[in-house]
Design a protein around this ligand. Structure first.
Ligand code: OGA
Ligand code: MN
Length: 299
């Protein structure tokens, strides 16, 4: 997909030439977008082009960006309102839309190490889970600390017909508190969630198979991070089925590994992908900023 255009540069009176190219990386899943400077306001043509690519590929990679917090927020805001995360100790003081994933902390935020080191989709424990997340790399280790992504359309499409039929109308419970406490148990930098914070994230029920509201494609919508039980099944039977679906979802053929460089911005569609952090040597600094775009109720 190519979009070229020559436009008058209103400021300089010269000619500004911009060309965006979208190159698929992993089959249809994941594309690298080149030729766009996200620090600049995007006009509607460019925005629509990027939005179409986002729906087509689910994950977009933009390399070599240099963004202020305001610019990161402004780009994210083109896709919708932004979430303010429940765990306030990771939010940038003057920019609560930005969640800081830094192993040294930043501006008083709590350090976080391997924060998402389990397969998940962000904040699916909300009644309206996010549409997507926009993760910007400020500082990355020379090796390790990659992020893995998997395609949940492919996970659904490659199930056998019998399993598809079995799960069609099942519902699942998503929960934040258990995962948070589990991660906190060996991380002194995580303060326990307060009763007020826990009250903000009660259990929610979502369909197991989700129809994407914009593409109409079906995706498997369960994740190891936050999906704790199947409503219609007995505990053991539900757990066995979830285990089977989790491992099916992350088979290597469906997984893309993002090797970060500082200045990378990766945005993912949270409705049809999962991701997980990987380990790295903690002598290295790793600092990322995430914004999270509000979504709608899964159907
Ligand atoms: C996230 C996340 C993984 C990573 O930003 O939501 O899970 O590798 N990040 O930092
Ligand atoms: Mn995450």
């Amino acid at each position: 997909m190519q979009l070229s255009r020559i436009a008058d540069d209103m400021n300089g009176g010269g000619v500004l030439s911009m060309e965006i190219s979208v190159s698929p990386v992993h089959g249809r899943f994941v594309a690298e977008v080149a030729g766009v400077d996200l620090s600049k306001p995007l006009d509607d043509d460019y925005f629509h082009h990027i939005h179409d690519a986002f729906l087509e590929h689910s994950i977009l990679v933009f390399r070599g960006q240099a963004l202020t917090n305001e610019q990161h927020i402004a780009f994210s805001r083109r896709f919708g309102e932004l979430e303010i995360h429940t765990a306030k100790h990771w939010l940038l003081p003057d920019f609560p839309e930005i969640l800081v994933l830094s192993n040294r902390g930043e501006n008083g935020t709590r350090p976080i190490v391997n924060g998402g080191a389990y397969w998940h989709s962000d904040m699916t424990y909300m009644a309206k889970p996010p549409l997507g997340s926009v993760l910007y790399a400020l500082e990355v280790p020379p090796e390790g600390g990659d992020t893995l992504y998997t395609d949940m359309y492919a996970a659904y499409e490659t199930l056998d017909e019998k399993t598809k039929g079995r799960i069609e109308n099942l519902e699942v419970i998503h929960r934040y508190g258990d995962r948070y406490q589990m991660m906190a148990s060996d991380d002194n930098d995580r303060p326990p969630l307060t009763p007020e914070q826990l009250a903000e994230v009660p259990d929610v029920v979502h369909p197991m198979v989700r129809t994407h509201p914009e593409t109409g494609r079906k995706a498997l919508f369960v994740n190891e991070g936050f999906t704790v039980a199947i409503v219609e099944l007995a505990k053991d039977e539900g757990e066995a089925l979830l285990e089977k679906l989790f491992s099916h979802s992350v088979q290597p053929a469906h997984v893309y590994r993002h090797r970060w460089q500082a200045g990378d911005l990766v945005m993912w569609d949270n409705r049809c992908t999962m991701h997980r952090a990987t380990e790295y040597d903690l002598r290295y600094d790793r600092a990322m900023h995430r914004t999270t775009i509000q979504g709608d109720r899964p159907a």
